[in-house]
Write a protein of this length. Structure first.
Length: 341
């Protein structure tokens, strides 16, 4: 099911072909597979149905026919821009579509490599750096820090695409929490100071920009699904030179998406939330569960690093209470259908 939104061919194609872009003052009504502007709907009402084939009328041709911007409807109140429509971003889009079926969802990517896939699932793709996007009432930033030299800069750019209505959510990481003795951490626990590591610096600088702009942050624990996450990486390696006792905090990708959507829908400003399943496990426990699940063809050999605590145990009871959210998968073991021994 591919939804075409006002942003899609009309403005992207128009800008690409004419090398100009005038932001639309308004948007189209979005239905799966068609674009209906107010004027087009009016035209449909006045014209015999045989004379109009809305599925073949692209938004670009509507523009080309001289339908002026002012004749087009205002953009939708729940239109969503996803910066980084990867694994999490696509699940967010799916959840968002359940709530707001006829809204426009645009996904901003680094490359055009996955644009076809995005179109197929109803996300209108646009390349990072293309100054084509008018402001959106809802924006979620779920691009990882690994592909850019200026992560805070990318977050700032995404904020410039937010209209200030609705909400903006930056999906950060729980990595900056200052704890390495397998102790407990929650939303209010202190974070490491700037300068501790390039990884935490990127995240903390980006978070600061977000909170100062009145937007929200969701610090996520390790994301996983059956074929993605720390367990798949370790399975591939077989033997891993790391401590078996290090505590890992996890959240299933689907739960991270449902929590993100729940936070976005609350329109909360300037706050930091935490996303985790409240079932921290040691690396060894994670791989023992993998082994006992019989869901994986490969066999993990073991961890060969030094024994001893080096992680943290996350708890997001405050986030759950405030947002009114609970995960579908209460733990990694629950997801695999295996209990921790
Ligand atoms: N994985 C974890 O365990 C974990 C833990 C804590 C927090 N997080 C956070 O969770 C979020 C989602 O993670 P994920 O695993 O779903 O990510 P992912 O699948 O790796 O996301 C990839 C997507 O992001 C796009 N992208 C990458 N860098 C970009 C940039 N600078 N600007 C715009 N688009 C960019 C990619 O574009 P292309 O299509 O061109 O490749 C692709 O669409 C991220 O913010 C990540 O930092 C992850």
């Amino acid at each position: 099911m591919a939804s075409i939104c006002w942003f899609n061919q009309a403005f992207a194609s128009a800008a690409a072909s004419r090398r100009v872009y005038s932001p639309p003052s308004s948007s189209c009504h979005i239905l799966p597979g068609k674009v209906l502007t107010r004027s087009l709907r009016r035209q449909r009402a006045l014209t015999p149905s045989s004379a109009i084939a809305p599925r073949r009328v692209s938004a670009f041709s509507v523009v080309a026919q001289g339908v002026a911007n002012e004749e087009m409807e205002r953009r939708g109140p729940h239109d969503l821009l996803i910066v980084g429509p990867g694994v999490l971003g696509r699940l967010v889009a799916k959840e968002w579509r359940k709530e707001f079926a006829e809204t426009c969802i645009v996904g901003q990517t680094m490359t055009a490599d996955h644009h076809e896939e995005l179109v197929k699932i109803g996300i209108t793709p646009v390349l990072r750096g293309k100054e084509l996007i008018p402001k959106f009432p809802y924006v979620i930033f779920c691009a990882p820090p690994s592909r850019t030299s200026d992560y805070p800069g990318d977050v700032r750019l995404a904020l410039s695409k937010w209209s200030g209505e609705g909400a903006f959510l930056f999906t950060s990481s729980s990595a900056p929490y200052d704890c390495d003795d397998n102790g407990t951490c929650d939303e209010d626990s202190p974070v490491v100071p700037i300068g501790s590591s390039p990884k935490t610096d990127k995240l903390l600088k980006a978070e600061k920009i977000v909170v100062e702009a009145g937007a929200g942050v969701l610090r996520l624990a390790g994301l996983y699904k059956e074929d993605r996450g720390a367990h798949t990486y370790w399975l591939k390696k077989g033997t891993v030179d790391a401590s078996p006792d290090h505590i890992l905090n996890l959240i299933h990708y689907e739960d991270a998406a449902s929590l993100s959507v729940a936070i976005l829908k609350k329109n909360i400003r300037g706050r930091i939330f935490l996303g985790c399943d409240n079932h921290p496990l040691s690396r060894k426990e994670v791989m023992d569960l993998v082994d006992r699940s019989n869901k994986f063809s490969k066999t993990f050999v073991g961890f060969t690093g030094p024994i001893g605590p080096s992680g943290k145990k996350l708890n997001n009871t405050k986030t759950r209470k405030e947002i009114g959210w609970e995960p579908k998968y209460t733990s990694f073991g629950d997801f695999l259908g295996v209990s921790v021994k």
